[in-house]
Design a protein around this ligand. Structure first.
Ligand code: B16
Ligand code: MG
Length: 217
C-alpha cells in the first residue's frame, strides 16, 4: 500500500532545537528574562510569533508591535547564523536511511514543519530531493497543535489522513497529528510524548519490520 509519511523537521530530521535555544536564550536574557532548557522544551513545534509571546509572558513584559517585530527579526538572524554552517553531518542518526527505505518502497513522503526556514535547512542537509512535498511555516495560518500543516501535507500527497503517519518530537506536533486523525510516532521521551501512538528514542530504534507493518496496515 502507498501510505503518507510526514516528517517534522526540528528534532526529527535535524537537531536545530539547540540553535533555537541559543538564539532565544540570548534574546530573553537581553530582556532580563531567565531562559533554560525547561523553557525551551515548551517552544518546540511552536511558531516564532507564539514563542516570543510566551517568553514575554514568562517575564511579565509587553512590547510595542515595532519592538516585537524587531526582536523576532534579530532572533531569526541569530538563528540563521548557526543554520548557515549546517551540512549533511547534522542529519540525526538513521533519518536518511529511513527516508531512502520508504522511497525504495514507493511510499509518499512529506515534510510538515512549523519553521519558516524549513526549505533552507532541508537543502543545507541535502535531503530536499527525498520529499514529494514540503509544507512549512510559510504555508499555514494555524500553528500546531492545529492539524492544518499535516492536513495540507496529506492533501498534497493525495493520501487520506488516516493513511498518514507523522514523526514528531513535540507535544504540540503529536496533538496536531492526532487531531488530523493520523498515526502519531513520537521521537523522544515517553514522559513528554505520552499521547503518541508509538514512541521511539530516535530512528536507530525504528526497524524495517516496523516500517513494513505501517506500510501494510
Ligand atoms: P522558525 P518544527 C519548529 O519547527 C520549531 O520546533 C520551533 O522551535 C520553532 O519556533 C518553529 O519551528 C518556527 O521556526 O523561527 O524557523 O520559523 O519542529 O515544526 O519543524
Ligand atoms: Mg519538531
Amino acid at each position: 500500500k502507498r501510505k503518507g509519511f510526514i516528517f517534522d523537521l526540528d528534532g526529527v530530521i535535524v537537531d536545530t532545537a539547540k540553535y533555537h535555544f541559543l538564539a532565544w536564550k540570548r534574546l530573553a536574557n537581553g530582556l532580563g528574562i531567565d531562559f533554560s532548557e525547561k523553557e525551551n522544551e515548551q517552544l518546540k513545534g511552536v511558531s516564532r510569533v507564539r514563542s516570543l509571546e510566551k517568553i514575554l509572558s514568562w517575564g511579565n513584559k509587553t512590547l510595542s508591535e515595532a519592538e516585537f517585530e524587531k526582536l523576532m527579526a534579530l532572533k531569526n538572524e541569530d538563528y540563521l547564523s548557526y543554520i548557515n554552517k549546517m551540512d549533511e553531518n547534522e542529519l540525526l542518526p538513521n533519518v536518511k536511511k529511513t527516508l531512502l527505505y520508504l522511497k525504495d518502497k514507493h511510499q509518499a513522503i512529506a515534510l510538515g514543519s512549523a519553521s519558516k526556514n524549513a526549505r533552507f535547512i532541508i537543502e543545507k542537509v541535502n535531503v530536499g530531493q527525498l520529499f514529494d512535498t514540503i509544507v512549512d511555516g510559510t504555508d499555514v495560518s494555524k500553528a500546531k497543535p492545529d492539524p492544518e500543516v499535516f492536513l495540507i501535507a496529506a492533501k498534497s500527497l493525495k493520501i487520506s489522513p488516516e493513511n498518514c503517519i507523522v514523526f514528531e518530537d513535540s507535544v504540540a506536533g503529536i496533538d496536531a497529528a492526532n487531531a488530523a486523525n493520523m498515526i502519531s510516532i513520537g521521537i523522544g521521551e515517553p514522559d513528554v510524548l505520552g499521547r503518541a501512538h508509538y514512541i521511539f528514542k530516535d530512528f536507530t530504534q525504528i526497524s524495517e519490520e516496523f516500517l513494513n507493518e505501517l506500510i501494510n496496515a
